[in-house]
Design a protein. Structure first.
Length: 190
């Protein structure tokens, strides 16, 4: 991603916003052209196909998300605080009437190339790994009860956040997502 110039990043910014607010198949390169102020031929120069755009968006989003998780890991003291702060990323997105980019792309999985699907799998795998690590820390600290499977709990927590943000959109109410997060945390606590 570091080899992309400002124009390519602007294209990705607009495509990401469109995907998070409308869905990946709801916009065209012409829509991006209007927002960025470049010709569609310029967009095709950077991203020859819309599938190439999807893969680049996923790669960049995942890089940023993993950095955000690392930041949370460094700033939060307890495992439970880490989970809460990660969940707040979903609350913030819901308040902005956005969805998780990877969640939105996942809904279009049947129309995406293998490279993008590989990136989506990486997103879920890395997210679940980070959540599992935070849950393990919280168990050791006494904030979360012993679980039969930390990995299953991590998958459940992430699936709850992904599903919650979808339903919050229908309600047009970010507080709904906060309630989902609170309940997901309550189910883990002692």
């Amino acid at each position: 991603m570091s080899n992309l110039n400002n124009t390519a990043h602007k294209i990705l910014d607009v495509a990401e916003l469109f995907t998070q607010t409308q869905g990946f198949n709801a916009f065209s390169y012409k829509d991006i052209q209007t927002e960025v102020g470049v010709k569609t031929s310029s967009i095709h120069y950077y991203f020859p196909t819309k599938q190439d755009l999807a893969t680049a968006m996923a790669e960049r989003y995942i890089e940023r998300f993993l950095i955000a998780l690392d930041d949370i890991g460094q700033k939060s003291k307890t495992g439970l605080e880490k989970l809460e702060e990660a969940g707040k990323k979903f609350v913030d997105a819901a308040n902005a009437q956005k969805l998780c980019l990877c969640g939105m792309l996942t809904s279009d999985a049947l129309s995406l190339p293998q490279e993008t699907l590989n990136e989506l799998r990486r997103f879920y795998k890395e997210s679940e790994r980070w959540i599992a690590k935070s849950i393990t820390q919280a168990i050791k600290e006494g904030g979360i009860r012993e679980l039969y499977s930390v990995e299953d709990a991590a998958a459940h927590f992430l699936a709850t956040l992904q599903g919650g943000i979808l339903v919050a959109r229908v309600h047009k109410d970010g507080s709904y997502m906060q309630t989902v997060l609170n309940q997901a945390l309550a189910l883990l606590k002692k």
